[in-house]
Design a protein around this ligand. Structure first.
Ligand SMILES: [Ca+2]
Ligand SMILES: [Ca+2]
Length: 73
């Protein structure tokens, strides 16, 4: 869970999720839950659903884009 994520300032490093090739795969597993954005990173990487779920507290899904992540090279 990340509680102080700032849009346009912070980026989420995804070195442990080599199966995630781009923002489209992240967005496909991201959903708005109340005021938070919940992302199933494990599923986005092609793995099991529910195993690695990231919650961005107080973050609107609409603001989620490629600038918010550092993808594996
Ligand atoms: Ca992939
Ligand atoms: Ca953003």
């Amino acid at each position: 869970m990340i509680g102080d994520f700032e849009n346009g300032k912070d980026a989420i490093d995804l070195p442990g999720f080599a199966g995630i090739d781009g923002i489209d795969e992240v967005r496909a597993q991201a959903r708005q839950v109340g005021a938070d954005t919940v992302i199933d990173l494990g599923a986005a990487a092609g793995g099991a659903a529910g195993a690695d779920v990231l919650t961005l507290v107080g973050f609107d899904l609409a603001r989620l884009d490629a600038a918010d992540f550092l993808f594996a090279a």
